[in-house]
Design a protein around this ligand. Structure first.
Ligand SMILES: [Zn+2]
Length: 249
């Protein structure tokens, strides 16, 4: 029971670090230095201002020094990370697999929020993800090396073909993201995740067009949807695949 609380707190702390990565990586700022500061008034933030979620709530979502509003994204990312960490612990227990999945989930959160804001997926994350996924397959036995290698190649090739046929929808960032997911999850889970993400993306995209929020020319970042599908497969993959197979038996 006490471990559950620790994992949740760890998720909040890692989530607060992921916020820094989301905020600084696209601006090419250092992730370590300088310390956190208010983007509005540049005041250096003290430890008490940096407690995940708590500081945000106590200060009413505003900077304590200049009163500028702080984005809801900060506590949201912290809570999302904490709940993902908790869910992964409940599913995988204390294991090597848990550690690998926590790394992957953290990468997916960073990719989603950067793609959502900047419409890019940083190569530094996808490339290192492909290498870490493959290395994990080599050193630990949660997935075979062969599945990991196929996972790196096949889903990315399929997305590449789609990207070349339907220009504009998907970018090379999405293709590399598919490679990274495949390195960790293998071909089947990755393709299923991409399918779930595309379905949800199409439903949301079409609804926003019908509601007049978006028009045909607006681009919607595809990365967050792929990441969402991958998270669904990480947590409910066996269940969904068994259910799908049972439809044909
Ligand atoms: Zn401020």
């Amino acid at each position: 029971m006490i471990l559950i609380i620790y994992i949740f707190l760890l998720g909040l702390i890692i989530g607060s670090f992921l916020n820094v990565v989301v905020y600084r990586l696209p601006e090419k700022e250092s992730i370590i230095k300088p310390g956190s500061h208010c983007p509005q008034c540049n005041t250096k933030l003290k430890a008490i201002d940096l407690i995940p979620v708590v500081s945000f709530v106590i200060n009413g979502g505003k900077c304590r020094y200049c009163g500028a509003s702080i984005s809801w994204q900060y506590p949201f990312v912290e809570l999302l990370t904490a709940f993902f960490f908790l869910g992964a612990y409940l599913k995988f227990g204390l294991s090597v697999e848990l550690f690998i999945i926590l790394l992957l989930l953290s990468a997916l959160i960073v990719i989603s929020f950067i793609d959502y804001q900047y419409m890019i997926i940083p190569n530094v994350i996808t490339y290192s993800g492909i290498i870490i996924g493959l290395l994990s397959a080599i050193f630990f036995d949660y997935i075979s090396i062969f599945s990991s290698l196929l996972g790196i190649v096949i889903p990315a090739l399929i997305l590449l073909v789609i990207a070349l046929i339907f220009k504009g929808g998907m970018g090379m960032g999405d293709v590399k993201l598919a490679s990274m997911l495949g390195a960790f999850l293998g071909t089947t889970y990755t393709l299923a995740g991409i399918f779930i993400g595309s379905l949800l993306g199409s439903i949301i995209g079409l609804s926003l067009m019908v509601l007049g929020v978006l028009d045909r020319k607006d681009r919607i970042p595809f990365g967050p949807f792929i990441c969402f599908g991958a998270v669904i497969m990480i947590f409910f993959g066996e269940f969904l695949i068994n259910w799908y197979v049972s439809l044909f038996l």
